[in-house]
Design a protein around this ligand. Structure first.
Ligand code: AMP
Length: 227
């Protein structure tokens, strides 16, 4: 594992449309650099499964492929970032998704004496995203990601990472919802590319190639910003 030379914890933001590979790359960076992946999508799915007030409010919005309210998402993220494991440094996967969220994150970090190490934009094409999303599934045991076309377990039906034999697909990974999710990305999240460019922390990565090649580029970049 690479060790961070900095004393303040790293804060990495992964930007990109649904299906760009944010989750896959975040997990690989987590393993490699000992950071903590924070996915607001995962936190919201957990809240839905647990039937919390936030989960009940978010469920229908997520099923429609729209964005959950800033208020709910910021509260969930703030609570999670306050947990001790986040002191190791975090990879934000799927947050922020609006300018209001980006400004809330800036406020949260500055009150903790922290700042953004890098915002990494995974650059992809929309038509490819539909293919990527409709074929993806995860291990029900450890959450490792797979794809019908691009990444099958080495032994059919058995997770490479934990050996579990059950897998699951997300309810919102269907062609109709994907269209809404892409539209929400372009309308509300893509403007954050300029937001982080203006802060001088934006880095673009070509995310159209093979998972391992993209991971190499990402790791090179993260190594640079963490040293
Ligand atoms: P994801 O797992 O990142 O693709 O997110 C799945 C769904 O959760 C999105 O389509 C949104 O409905 C909701 N969601 C996740 N993160 C956010 C966020 N930062 N702001 C608003 N909604 C979010």
């Amino acid at each position: 594992m690479d060790v961070a030379a900095t004393t303040t914890p790293a804060v990495l933001i992964l930007l990109g449309p649904p299906g760009a590979g944010k989750g896959t790359q975040a997990r690989m960076l987590e393993d490699k650099f000992g950071l903590v992946q924070l996915s607001t999508g995962d936190l919201l799915r957990d809240a839905v499964a647990a039937g919390t007030e936030a989960g009940l409010a978010a469920k229908a919005v997520m099923e429609a492929g729209d964005l959950v309210s800033d208020e709910i998402v910021i509260a969930i993220l703030r609570d999670r970032m306050a947990q001790p494991d986040c002191a190791k440094g975090v990879i934000l996967d799927g947050f922020p998704r609006t300018t209001v969220q980006a400004e809330a994150l800036d406020g949260l970090l500055s009150s903790a004496g922290q700042k953004i190490s890098a915002a990494i934009s995974l650059e992809v094409q929309d038509d490819e995203m539909v293919i990527r999303i409709s074929g993806r599934y995860t291990c029900a045991g450890c959450g490792e990601g797979y794809h019908d076309q691009f990444k099958q377990p080495a032994e059919e039906g058995k997770c490479d990472k934990c050996g579990h034999t059950e897998f699951k697909r997300r309810a919102d990974d269907n062609a109709e919802t994907v269209a809404s999710r892409l539209a929400a990305y372009h309308a509300q999240t893509a403007p954050l590319i300029d937001y982080y460019q203006a802060q001088g922390v934006l880095n673009g990565i070509d995310a159209m190639g093979q998972i391992d090649d993209i991971a190499n580029d990402m790791q090179g970049l993260v190594r640079e910003v963490m040293n």
